[in-house]
Design a protein around this ligand. Structure first.
Ligand code: ADP
Ligand code: MG
Length: 688
């Protein structure tokens, strides 16, 4: 007998799972049976009971059952195609089902006299009564399920019935152990792990989310995840402390820092002074610093980074400053060059740096010449040698990937560089400490003096003409304007078209004003030219996509207009608004919105109008989102968790942290298992 080749995945032994499915499942993070248990439902459908048609309410999903009493096919005007209108009746009333796309086979099924169950969202009908659009057809002879039907996150090629079947199988065959001690469980009223998992996958009829049992089960899993995440970060920190880094201290470092401080056209704020001290302390240690500076837009992070860099190059090392966009890297290089005159050369490396220039630069770097290299992702590439890299600063750190940062470690064979990260991610302190437990944090929580808050106005798009008239007068008086184009995330070409349309519109309306367009698809030189013209003041209005979101600093631009502000996230709007209010004159931000606004959108914009503090805005943002929906945080680069929700589960964090610390010391194998389960690809490694 010839042995068949061993399956590549333990899942291939399951009926219906072939290599293609294995690959799709891997995209969901599922590689072994147990992983199905951690694929948690996004929501549930209640197919456990039939609702009488007369009792339907618009806005919810429901299951109905009845007989088809009438079928009509309508033509919806020229070129609009047909629609199928089907009347379903039960003892209590009649419901309309509407199909805009259908095959003859659907029509075949929807004949008068047939009985069906329909599942779908109930909507108010044009002429009174209720209707469902494209309801799902369910055979009335199938028994009603005893549990709510979970809807799982999925990828193309995997359907819900398959996922449900596999999860059910995993529930049957995987024996989950309870690892958590009784005392902790009782303290938080947590169910045992296997029960919690089963309840979330198969909630009994009537148990809707937010009922206490469901909440307890969710919180239990959130706690497991938090412990795993904290333990993973704790380990990363401990591992880092066993590595060597060049200790940067001594009179040369001190002198370089003082020389730079003396060149600045302003005095440091107390917060800047404190953070600079925290960094200097870390740099003097023989283990690599991993410090994150969190400071709102405009809090003056660049100077703090420059002072740290001065210490490194002053002591004879190489230092790097990475920025997420070329525009920002160029701006940083321009700012740093005069500050470092006579101390160390400042050089720029981006994807657009000519090969010849790069080659020459590489040779100097290879020799170990002390230098400040400013650049984009190009800095991380292996072909940029930085053998004496002692300090790497990463601006807008959330814009960088995990692996890129990891590459910096390989720059020197002798040591790991100190890492300084900077972010304007506006999250509250306690949450930051949980999210970034593997980093040391510095809070730059003071604005440079003399800043006037930006006055924010909300204006409907219908009043754009009035705004343009005001902008025209504004520019005529020598002031500058950012005009941000509508956000179109899903399609770059459409986004570009929208930007060009805005540009043309403004040029047409204000022919005498110098207007320029800036977008991500432009070539490097073109971008540079536009940016330079704007900095120099020869361009009055910069029409831009969100490429200007981060970092850019043009103090004379004191008006920002954002079109279709309702399409942007709050964090993003705050970042954009942070581009103005940098000079000494009074600044304004106009949020142009399209009507009608939803209640939530209105509240979000109103919050931005009212609040200028990034942390307060973040807090309001979290409140305005539904539980579990943390896109704002996601956008801002805080690592995401599957179940835990940092605001909702805030109370659990200290307990999870304490337990994680203990387990890392006492039960390394359990920690291995928890990390493999919850943090499989060590999404926390960014800071490792
Ligand atoms: P961000 O924290 O958003 O990166 P920047 O570093 O770009 O902020 O600083 C914003 C502006 O504030 C810059 O023009 C910078 O020169 C200025 N600035 C920084 N620190 C101070 C200070 N202590 N006093 C006055 N202006 C400052
Ligand atoms: Mg910045």
């Amino acid at each position: 007998m010839s042995a068949s080749p061993p399956p590549r995945s333990p899942l291939e032994q399951w009926a219906g799972i072939g290599p293609a499915t294995v690959e799709r499942l891997a995209r969901l993070g599922i590689e072994q049976p147990e992983d199905f248990l951690w694929l948690l439902p996004l929501r549930y459908e209640d197919l456990t009971r039939v609702t009488p048609i007369a009792a339907l309410t618009a806005g919810s999903e429901a299951l109905v059952e009845g007989e088809i009493v009438r079928v009509e096919e309508h033509t919806r005007g020229a070129g609009a195609g047909k629609q199928l209108i089907v009347h379903l009746a039960d003892a209590s009333g009649t419901l309309v089902g509407r199909w805009f796309r259908y095959y003859p086979s659907t029509q075949q099924k929807l004949k008068a006299g047939r009985r069906w169950r329909w599942y779908g969202e109930v909507r108010w009908h044009y002429f009174g009564g209720v209707e469902m659009i494209h309801p799902r057809l369910i055979d009335p002879k199938t028994p009603l399920p005893a549990t709510l039907t979970p809807i799982y996150p999925s990828v193309e090629g995997l359907n819900q019935p398959h996922l449900r079947r596999w999860v059910a199988k995993a529930l049957a065959v995987v024996a989950l152990d309870e690892w958590l001690d009784d005392e902790t469980r009782q303290r938080w009223h947590f169910p045992a792990l296997p029960n919690a998992v089963r309840l979330l996958h198969q909630p009994p009829a009537g148990l809707v989310p937010e009922k206490p049992e469901w909440r307890a089960a969710r919180a239990r899993l959130a706690f497991d995840e938090l412990v795993a995440q904290q333990a993973s970060m704790r380990r990363a920190r401990l591992a880092r402390l066993t590595c060597a880094a060049p200790a940067i201290s001594g009179t040369d470092a001190d002198r370089a820092e003082r020389a730079l401080a003396a060149r600045l056209p302003f005095t440091l704020t107390n917060a800047q002074r404190r953070v600079v001290g925290e960094i200097a302390h870390d740099l003097a240690l023989p283990t690599p610093m991993h410090r994150l500076v969190l400071g709102d837009v405009g809090s003056g992070k660049t100077v703090v980074a420059a002072l740290a860099i001065a210490r490194a190059v002053g002591a004879g090392f190489q230092a790097a400053l990475a920025a997420p966009t070329e525009i920002l890297a160029e701006q940083h290089a321009q700012k740093l060059a005069p500050w470092f005159e006579g101390v160390a050369p400042v050089e720029l490396i981006t994807a657009s740096t000519p090969a010849r220039v790069r080659q020459a630069l590489n040779e100097r770097l290879e020799q170990g010449e002390p230098m400040v290299v400013v650049g984009t992702h190009a800095l991380f590439e292996t072909r940029t040698p930085l053998p004496r890299l002692a300090l790497a600063v990463i601006d807008e750190q959330h814009r960088f990937g995990v692996r890129q940062r990891a590459r910096l470690r390989e720059k020197s064979s002798a040591w790991r560089p100190h890492l300084l990260m900077m972010s304007a991610t506006p999250i509250p302190r306690t949450l930051a400490m949980a999210c970034y437990a593997d980093l040391d944090l510095s809070f730059l929580d003071e604005r440079p003096p003399g800043r006037k808050p930006v006055t924010t106005t909300l204006l409907p798009l219908s009043r754009k003409a009035e705004l343009i008239a005001r902008v025209r007068a504004w520019c005529a008086s020598g002031k500058q304007v950012y005009w941000v184009c509508p956000l179109i995330e899903e399609n770059e070409t459409l986004a570009l078209n929208a930007a060009e349309a805005v540009f043309e519109e403004l040029r047409h309306a204000m022919p005498e004003i110098a207007i320029a367009l800036l977008h991500g698809r432009m070539g490097h030189d073109e971008k540079q030219q536009v940016m330079r013209a704007f900095v120099a003041g020869t361009v009055s209005i910069l029409v831009a996509t969100t490429v200007i979101e981060v970092g850019v600093d043009v103090p004379n631009a004191s008006l920002m207009v954002i079109e279709h502000a309702e399409r942007f996230g709050m964090a993003q709007l705050h970042q954009l608004r942070g581009r103005v209010g940098r000079g000494s004159s009074e600044s304004f931000c106009v949020l142009l919105y399209d009507e009608p606004l939803s209640a939530v959108a209105r509240e979000r914009l109103a919050t931005l109008k009212r609040e200028s503090d990034g942390f307060r805005i973040a807090q309001a943002d979290l409140k305005l989102r539904g539980p579990g929906e943390l896109t704002g945080v996601r956008q801002s680069g805080v690592p995401m968790m599957r179940v835990a929700d940092l605001t909702r589960d805030e109370a659990l964090i200290p307990a999870a942290q304490a337990l994680a610390d203990k387990l890392v010391q006492t039960q390394p194998e359990l920690v291995d298992r928890l990390i493999a389960r919850w943090v499989p690809h060590a999404r926390w490694a960014p800071h490792a």
